[in-house]
Each structure stands twice: as structure tokens, then as C-alpha cells.
Design a protein around this ligand. Sequence first.
Ligand code: E4P
Length: 217
Amino acid sequence: MKFFVDTAEIDPIKELAATGLLDGVTTNPSLIHKSGRDFMEVTKEICSIVDGPVSAEVVALDHDTMMKEAEVLRKIADNVCIKVPLTVDGLKTCKALTEDGTMVNVTLCFSANQALLAAKAGATFISPFVGRHDDNGFDGMDLIRDIRLIYDNYLFDTEILVASVRHTNHVLESAKIGADVMTAPPKVIHALFKHVLTDKGIEGFLKDWEATGQSII
Ligand code: E4P
């Protein structure tokens, strides 16, 4: 499963990129706002740090303006992936861009039927929002299971990008179901490293090592 980080903050992106774990980045207008940075400038900087896809979202609601915005965004770097909402105009834009060889991430997916439409429109990625789905009384991971089944039934190439990931169990379940990608905030990715027995083990080994009175360097 590929790991994307869901942020527009440069420091955590650099830190995760250095671990070799990072396959891409997702941003959205709220994350750009949170970063306090200029959209074009920060997207360009992120694209220079990460080789994989960097999602940059259009904000227009009509197809013609979405295409104009996408034209500006895709010039930022070769690894920009245009993010469009799951609407009729969004999918028209998805079809036009993918036919032109541009990567497209269809976002704000909350049903397997919507995911089916996105795949038929040629989306590179579909982003089902599991956390927001859970928040509204549904099971986000059931949605991922349904999409996996449908995409496998018809051998769609569209990659399932699990989004709105809130905790490490979302990551574990995504991997068990066979999602292609998950995007999570830096704190969730860092939480994946943690285990109480790892910390306890290090503490014990260090205590015994100190007692030997030796040093490696
Ligand atoms: C990713 O592409 C989405 O924009 C993001 O995961 C949304 O997450 P949220 O529901 O925590 O805002």
C-alpha cells in the first residue's frame, strides 16, 4: 500500500520523505489555508520534495473554469495530480484531463456508486473519506470494501486512495482490504511507528548497555 501524507506543511513532508516511506502528498483548500502559504508557491515546493503524485485541488464548480484552473495547476510540476470534486462537472473534467495524460484524484467520495462513476470517468485515484463517513454514522471501512469489490469485478485501474484517515486502525484495515493508497495526517503516520513494547525494550537495552560501561564510538 502506498503512503501519502495529507498536509501542506513543509517540515513534516520533508521528515517523512527522509524515511523513504512517502509515496505522495494530498492537499485540499482547508490544508492550504491552515499552512498560511501561497497555493502555487507551497505546491511547487512540495512537488520538489516528493517524486510521487501531489494532489492540488480546483475550487471552481463548473467544468470550463475547472479546466482553466487545472491548466494553471498542472504547469507547476510534472507530478501534480489535479483534484476534482465528485460532481458531474468534476467527472467531465476528470475525463478530459485523464485523456490528456494528466493524473486526476476524484475527491469527496462517500458511496461505492460514486466510486464506480469516477472509475468510469478514468480517474487515477478515487478518494473515499472514511473518517467523515464514520462521523456521520456509517462505517468508512465498509465503503472501502465495497469499492475494492467493484473495482476488482471490472478490473478498473483507478486506485483506491483512502482519505480522511483519523487513526492507525484505518491504516491497518485499509491494508487488510487491499486499498492501493492511504493518505493520513503526519501524526497518524508517526503513530504507526509506536508500540509500548518497543519503547520498553529500548529502555531496558539502554539500561543494561550503560551497566556494561562500554561505548560503540
Ligand atoms: C484528502 O485528500 C482529503 O482532503 C483529506 O483526507 C480530508 O480529511 P479530513 O476529513 O480529516 O478533513
